[in-house]
Design a binder for this molecule. Structure first.
Ligand SMILES: CC(C)(COP(=O)(O)OP(=O)(O)OC[C@H]1O[C@@H](n2cnc3c(N)ncnc32)[C@H](O)[C@@H]1OP(=O)(O)O)[C@@H](O)C(=O)NCCC(=O)NCCS
Length: 179
């Protein structure tokens, strides 16, 4: 388990999967999220098995006081280049805007730098996802660039921003001089 200030990141169990199915069928959750079609329970079970044996992926369930509220993790892990992309969502909407996204992301980033020895952690976010962008900035992610009109959703094109944080920028880093 990874302990944040309020949230806990723990291994995903099969009993978590119905929550993912419910959240990923919610148009509000999907407004700024990459998925474009609802996933079935069978899809989620197949995803669960796939990601368990994928060395480029590490996923966690986000819990608050024992309640499963979302998911986060690393994808595209590249140990030679010491980088990974991060993905994050809080599916239980009543918990948005309470600092929990920042807490989960900061916990994941700390794990990435302090245990997985990453140098660079990056994410992609829709330019219109102002809440997400604000949360990522507050964790220390910097704006890196924009893929213009990169994604077709809601009947129009959307810009996709890339943000990242480097190990030397992370305030919790140790003293190893690796840069
Ligand atoms: C994006 C997401 C992970 C953020 O997590 P969260 O717990 O809701 O966000 P936090 O409360 O940690 O931080 C949000 C910040 O944005 C601010 N904010 C909220 N709405 C905002 C808006 N419309 N514009 C700008 N800032 C906004 C909040 O006030 C807060 O800043 P503060 O700490 O200075 O008060 C979560 O809302 C979510 O999962 N949304 C749905 C799926 C999604 O978009 N996932 C991300 C895909 S990249």
């Amino acid at each position: 388990m990874l302990y944040g200030k309020r949230v806990v990141l723990r291994a995903i169990e099969k009993e978590h999967l119905p929550n993912y199915v419910r959240w990923l069928a919610d148009p509000e959750v999907l407004t700024h999220f990459g998925l474009y079609l609802p996933l079935s329970q069978a899809d989620e079970e197949a995803w669960y098995e796939r990601q368990r044996s994928d060395a480029k992926v590490i996923n966690f369930a986000i819990e608050l006081e024992g309640v499963h509220i979302g998911g986060c993790g690393f994808l595209s892990i590249d140990h030679r280049q010491r980088r990974a992309e991060v993905g994050l969502f809080i599916g239980e909407k009543q918990f948005w805007n309470q600092g929990l996204g920042q807490d989960a992301l900061a916990t994941l980033v700390a794990y990435g730098f302090e245990y997985l020895n990453f140098h660079r952690i990056y994410l992609r976010v829709f330019a219109e996802n102002t809440r997400g962008i604000r949360a990522y900035e507050k964790v220390g992610f910097q704006h890196e660039g924009c893929f213009r009109q990169s994604e077709w959703r809601h009947g129009r094109w959307h810009d996709l921003l890339v943000m990242s944080i480097l190990h030397p920028e992370w305030p919790g880093r140790g003293t190893d001089a690796d840069e």
